[in-house]
Design a protein around this ligand. Sequence first.
Ligand SMILES: Cc1cc2nc3c(=O)[nH]c(=O)nc-3n(C[C@H](O)[C@H](O)[C@H](O)COP(=O)(O)OP(=O)(O)OC[C@H]3O[C@@H](n4cnc5c(N)ncnc54)[C@H](O)[C@@H]3O)c2cc1C
Length: 363
Amino acid sequence: VKEITIVGGGLAGLSLGVCLRKQRIPVRLLESGVYPRHRVCGEFIAGVSEETLGCLGIDTFLEDAVRHEQMSWWMGDACALSEQTPSVALGISRYLLDQRLAEEFVRLGGTLELKSAVILEDARKEGWVWAAGKDKSATKSNKSWIGLKIHAVNVKAEDIEGLAMHSGQKGKKNGYLGLCPIENGRVNCCGLFEVQSEITPSQARKHWGKTTASKKVAMLMSYAEACGMTALLDWLGAHAFDDDSFSAIAGFNLGTQSVGHPFCIGDAAYLIPPFTGNGMSMALESSRIAAVALTNYSRGECDWEVAVRENRSDAKKFFAKRTTIAKMLHPLFFHPLGQMALKSVASSGFPSFQTLFKLLRTP
Ligand SMILES: Cc1cc2nc3c(=O)[nH]c(=O)nc-3n(C[C@H](O)[C@H](O)[C@H](O)COP(=O)(O)OP(=O)(O)OC[C@H]3O[C@@H](n4cnc5c(N)ncnc54)[C@H](O)[C@@H]3O)c2cc1C
């Protein structure tokens, strides 16, 4: 049996590692960071099937996640839509989930090497999988994005009902931010915005210093204000935050990633726009697809080139529908006319939010 080496221990790499270890395949996982740690992520999983979770062997790790069946969508200061989600969305922090998966991988006999940053050139080898997330060197698009996240703490149940998505647009400034209740009375606040060079941490702290005791939430507030999300500003100003949970990322492109590795999974292969997509589910689903080809390769049932080809074509087929729809919808959120169109579509009820939710989350 041949060893598989996985570069990157996010959701894709860890779930693949666990799945392969369950089949007694030797696996080495090289992760540049450590666990536990906070990540920029909306922290709700929606659409991945029970069967996929069971097949990966990770279903029990989501049993205590907060179950969401209600979702509201705010545009500026108005609630455009409030509906039941067609399937349960699971709220859990990446801090907790990644740690659990890493422990399970090690418990199953996987070799986990932390603080091991791998250079792409060293990873283009037989039996190596690239699961290192989005391509951070990407700067080719004319829009640059910033992702910001922080946990609100000690939030009372009556202060938030289910998932709340806020999108806003003021002049040329666009963005959206989701609130997702997770474990221990925390609410994850995570947004994606077009970068605005005038918003800096020191400027934001100065501006919001009297409104909030948190030094870190100020950046999210400045972006929310710039995009006209007034209802959200009230909510952010009224809650306490865990500054240690703050994280930020910038400098990436959405869509197909051109990492240049033959065997990519998760965000390293395709970065679906967060608002329209479900990157965590896709990371898990892509691990499941990859595990089939990698198991065949490891057991000598096919050579590496065949495994690479099969993984690519199976993933492409499986994700084709949702990546196409997400690509069409995403620009609408970032254009004034698109936002107006979405607003009237939402209020007319056609196509229903539930239909869109399903289309974006199923093969
Ligand atoms: C703003 C925002 C909000 C989001 N909200 C949601 C949401 O609510 N629901 C949802 O389903 N998805 C959401 N997503 C998407 C989701 O976070 C990702 O799709 C998911 O994390 C992908 O998992 P991954 O394992 O592919 O990558 P990652 O989770 O990014 O993991 C990659 C890992 O590789 C490691 N690594 C990187 N480079 C190297 C290297 N050179 N060597 C070794 N290790 C390396 C990193 O440290 C990291 O641990 C959101 C994304 C953004 C940007």
